[in-house]
Design a protein around this ligand. Structure first.
Ligand SMILES: Nc1ncnc2c1ncn2[C@@H]1O[C@H](COP(=O)(O)OP(=O)(O)OP(=O)(O)O)[C@@H](O)[C@H]1O
Ligand SMILES: [Mg+2]
Length: 228
């Protein structure tokens, strides 16, 4: 039975992404099938688990060619050339597309360099998803849950990374992690800001518990206690 692990905190820099990566790696090393879902528009986990994102000489040449092909010069021409480049590289689907209903979860899954670790990546458009979900009349907070239901049978674990805010994306990840077997991990630094963030995150989760009355396992993970 697939277990959903939601690594959640409203506090930035407390070790969410690091925890997601280490959990995914550790479970893969034990032969488990893992799906990582990157629900953070910063895309840190996506860039670590998927292909290298640095520019190649081919990319630079393409940008220059796009620019030279334009009749005008200057800033607007450079912007148009950049736009063409960005469009031509937007080839894969991401979690924003799944939550917006533009594609199925299966279509958005990418392989990673680790066998048995797949990812539904994040992308820059995820930064608009909070706004778009709020304007959606049908189940705005269950879009991610529906997406996970489509593919969870193929995995032992689904691990979700979160952004450090409380918005529609957060409510979607909490609503995706409500089966008896599921787990919310709240990483925290042991300092005042860390504890405040942990308290706020638990309160947000409790609000959801009251709404849904579903069983939930929450664990607090102290991070950066030492350099390991
Ligand atoms: N246990 C640890 N020991 C030392 N450094 C750590 C540890 N955990 C995380 N870090 C480092 O601390 C920084 C912040 O961690 P991370 O990116 O995982 O936080 P985050 O909660 O995902 O941040 P954000 O809220 O911005 O997404 C990173 O540079 C990471 O490599
Ligand atoms: Mg992060």
């Amino acid at each position: 039975m697939c277990r959903v692990i939601n690594v959640l905190s409203h506090k930035g820099g407390c070790g969410k992404s690091e925890t997601v990566l280490n959990l995914a790696y550790g479970l893969h090393a034990k032969g488990k099938r893992v799906l990582v879902i990157d629900c953070d528009p910063q895309s840190n986990v996506t860039s670590i688990l998927t292909a290298e994102s640095s520019l190649t000489t081919g990319d630079s040449n393409q940008l220059l060619e796009n620019y030279r092909a334009r009749t005008e010069t200057g800033f607007m021409a450079a912007l148009a050339a950049l736009g063409e480049y960005v469009q031509s590289h937007r080839d894969s689907r991401d979690i924003h597309d799944v939550m917006e209903g533009n594609c199925s979860s299966e279509e958005a899954i990418c392989r990673t360099k680790y066998e048995n670790v797949d990812i539904i990546p994040s992308g820059i458009e995820l930064s608009m998803t909070d706004y778009q979900l709020k304007n959606r009349s049908l189940d705005p907070y269950r879009a991610l849950r529906s997406g996970i239901q489509q593919v969870k049978d193929a995995y032992d674990y689904v691990i979700i990374d979160n952004q450090p805010f409380k918005n529609a994306l957060t409510f979607n990840t909490i609503a995706s992690c409500t089966e008896e077997n599921d787990l919310i991990i709240i990483p925290t630094k042991i300092n005042r800001g860390g504890l405040e963030g942990t308290y706020e995150t638990i309160m947000t989760t409790m609000e959801w518990l009251k709404t849904d009355r579903l069983p939930l396992d929450i664990k607090i993970l102290a991070t950066m206690v030492n350099r390991n």
